[in-house]
Design a binder for this molecule. Structure first.
Ligand code: SF4
Ligand code: MG
Length: 322
């Protein structure tokens, strides 16, 4: 399997504004705090975790919508972090995003044909006629009528609007598409259609996906591998099967215990965690999960666990894993 994206020690610390004017604040919100993972060509990597754990920030750091505090983002072996503006512009054509809210992400005053063509206009690709042809082709690719190009976003349903967003993401023939909760705002019946479309497009165009979601049933259907995030860090990575049937990290165990059982003979008890996710402004010492962990030990308060890679590449960061 070839690595398309390699993320190393990625960090985003947002400085906190200080009440004392002209004095630099020393405090920061550690939204993403040393994240490492690889994405292989053609796969779907799911990123899961409770809201506020840093999933969306990771997505925005990858394509440099926000600048990381530190770290490496290698895409096709080139680090986006220290690229010059021209090289970054070229590379970003290959990394596109589909956001959660199909209502907010389309300008209501612009016809959808223009919205889909916009990336070509920005990058100076083609003339008006060839762009129109490409728009029609893209509309059909996502299962919409090519005559819809002249209509406005309000004329479409939520599912159709997400198809339009997907068409727009495909305009420049990307290699990696980062989908941030792409179906969370849609009705359940429409979710399946959009998920199936994403799967079909992946096959047709050899796309690689990062699929961010808090819905583990959607993740189960969509993803090859999964990275579990907690408080700005990845605590476990593995295939869906490994993580579902043999979770290693106590947080993953709790998270996945909430998925309905596959058969009545399975005896998974739902694990309810105490407390709520601590503030990333003041993360706990040692293992950042220790205050909520049902099996925490004395060492967990003092020492951060390293991420351990097992023989089958399943990774987890917990003092109980070795
Ligand atoms: Fe729980 Fe300790 Fe493992 Fe953290 S390191 S998950 S506190 S057992
Ligand atoms: Mg989010």
């Amino acid at each position: 399997m070839e690595t398309l994206l390699e993320v190393k020690d990625l960090k985003k610390h947002f400085p906190v504004s200080n009440k004392v004017p002209f004095k630099k604040s020393k405090q920061s919100v550690k939204a993403v705090d040393g994240v490492n993972f690889n994405v292989y060509q053609g796969e779907t990597l799911g990123v899961v975790g409770e809201s506020g754990c840093g999933k969306s920030t990771v997505a925005r750091l990858i394509n440099q919508l926000i600048k990381p505090t530190d770290g490496v983002v290698n895409f096709n072996n080139e680090n986006l972090i220290n690229m010059n503006a021209a090289a970054l512009r070229e590379t970003r054509k290959k990394i596109q995003m589909v956001f959660q809210d199909p209502y907010a992400s389309l300008d209501p005053r612009v016809k959808i044909g223009e919205l889909i063509a916009e990336p070509m206009v920005i990058h100076g690709i083609g003339d008006a006629k060839s762009r129109q042809k490409r728009v029609e082709e893209l509309l059909e690719t996502v299962g919409l009528n090519k005559r819809y190009a002249d209509r406005y976003p309000h004329e479409f349903s939520g599912g159709q609007r997400q198809r339009i967003n997907i068409a727009r993401a495909l305009t420049l023939n990307p290699e990696l598409v980062i989908c941030d909760e792409p179906v969370s705002a849609l009705d359940v019946s429409v979710q399946a259609q959009v998920i199936n479309l994403l799967k079909a497009l992946q096959k047709e165009f050899q796309l690689t996906y990062i699929f961010i979601s808090h819905d583990l049933n959607v993740v189960r259907y969509m993803c090859d591998r999964i990275a579990v995030m907690y408080l700005g860090k990845i605590v476990e990575v593995g295939t869906f099967e490994e993580i579902y049937s043999q979770p290693q990290h106590p947080y993953t165990k709790a998270l996945f215990s909430a998925i309905p059982k596959e058969s009545p003979f399975e005896t998974k008890e739902q694990i309810i965690l105490k407390g709520s996710v601590p503030s990333p402004l003041n993360p706990p010492s040692g293992c950042s999960f220790h205050e909520r962990c049902p099996v925490a030990m004395e060492i967990c308060k003092q020492k951060k666990p390293n991420i351990i890679t097992q023989e089958n590449k399943h990774q987890a960061s917990c003092h109980l894993v070795n």
